[in-house]
Ligand binder design. Structure first.
Ligand SMILES: Nc1ncnc2c1ncn2[C@@H]1O[C@H](COP(=O)(O)OP(=O)(O)O)[C@@H](O)[C@H]1O
Ligand SMILES: [Mg+2]
Length: 333
């Protein structure tokens, strides 16, 4: 029972009981990998039925969880919308329950062969990356009315948020920030793969070169001027998508950042994630939006210095590595 209570609260368990038509004693609750949010999530089974449950736990959040509740609602509404226009890329079934605190969807469990991380085998990884890039490209053409954009809060924000982020300028202006960053990379470095170690080294060198940092700042600001006319998930990472290598099916989840963004934004964020995971992204370098990569550098650098969201999570390390990967890829475009 105790493990149950840790994964989901009573509210979510009640919703699950109703959904599965089971008793509490029949429920099997298992944890899932991935995710950087403070939401609770688990797979819940009764008999031969399994569902995925994600819950906003207002007790661990500031502002009574208002922000996260709005995100959960958006996740739900965008999924519903995409079920009509691109059903192949989203969960077949989704329900917002528990007074808006509990999102329940079809299970795409790793036990059933779904991959929530890049595959180890090279040929599968190639199919995986190609499938995601094709989906992201197709999703870019999603045309929605102004009313829908307004209603689902799909207004563009990526180019300005990233391009006009003052992170890189803070890094340029403040020696203290540069020192902190270098210290962080030094701590991070020993635990990384060879390729990421090299990227961390390169980033530490960059932090000592003001002319090159200034050049990146200029390129980042150009990103803010790109037209934002492509629909994007805006958080395309391996922990937000499931791929089934046997069938080639692909499901994207966690739509709360969805928005109109510059062309290639989805491909760029995904390829940064792939490269960070050690995948060779050489075949897809032309898909990268170089100005977005430049914007990523400062954006992720300053965020990596913030305190962790919750004790022991690796969000800040992920951000530090993302900055280093973005810089490495920028050099290769
Ligand atoms: N439908 C699902 N079936 C199985 N596992 C899922 C499903 N949706 C999400 N997950 C698992 O939960 C993790 C986090 O889900 P996500 O919706 O991205 O939540 P968060 O908002 O916490 O990032 C995913 O990385 C995956 O491991
Ligand atoms: Mg997620």
């Amino acid at each position: 029972m105790e493990a149950l209570v840790q994964l989901l609260t009573d509210r979510a368990l009640q919703c699950t009981i109703a959904e599965l038509g089971a008793d509490l004693s029949e429920l099997r609750v298992t944890s899932v990998s991935g995710g950087f949010s403070r939401n609770r999530r688990a797979l819940v089974s009764a008999g031969d039925k399994t569902i995925f449950v994600k819950e906003v736990d207002v007790d661990v959040l500031p502002d009574d969880g208002e922000t996260e509740l709005a995100w959960l609602k958006k996740d739900y509404e965008v999924t519903r919308l995409l079920q009509k226009v691109h059903p192949e890329f989203v969960a077949d079934w989704i329900k917002l329950d528990g007074d808006g605190h509990v999102l329940i969807t079809t299970s795409y469990a790793s036990a059933d062969g779904w991959l929530w991380r890049p595959p180890a085998e090279k040929s599968v990884a190639e199919r995986y990356i190609s499938a995601v890039l094709a989906a992201v490209r197709e999703l870019e053409n999603t045309q929605l009315t102004a009313e829908m954009v307004e209603e689902m809060q799909l207004q563009s924000f990526v180019a300005t948020e990233l391009g006009l982020d003052d992170g890189i300028d803070q890094v340029i202006a403040e020696a203290d920030i540069r020192r902190q960053l270098i210290d962080n990379y030094q701590i991070l470095l020993p635990e990384q793969s060879k390729v990421n170690q090299r990227r961390c080294q390169k980033m530490m060198e960059l932090l000592g070169r003001s002319d090159e940092l200034a050049d990146i700042s200029v390129r980042a600001k150009r990103f803010a001027k790109q037209p934002e006319d492509c629909f994007n998930h805006s958080d395309v990472r391996s922990d937000n998508l499931a791929f089934h290598p046997q069938t080639g099916e692909l499901k994207l989840v966690d739509w709360n950042w969805a928005s109109y963004a510059p062309q290639g934004s989805g491909a760029t964020e995904f390829l940064v994630d792939m490269a960070r995971h050690g995948q060779d992204v050489t075949p897809w370098l032309e898909e990268l939006n170089a100005e977005m990569l430049a914007a990523f550098v400062g954006f992720f650098l300053v965020r990596s210095l913030k305190p962790p969201l919750k004790p022991g999570d690796n969000l800040r390390q992920m951000q530090a590595l993302s900055a280093a990967v973005a810089y490495d890829l920028l050099e290769r475009t």
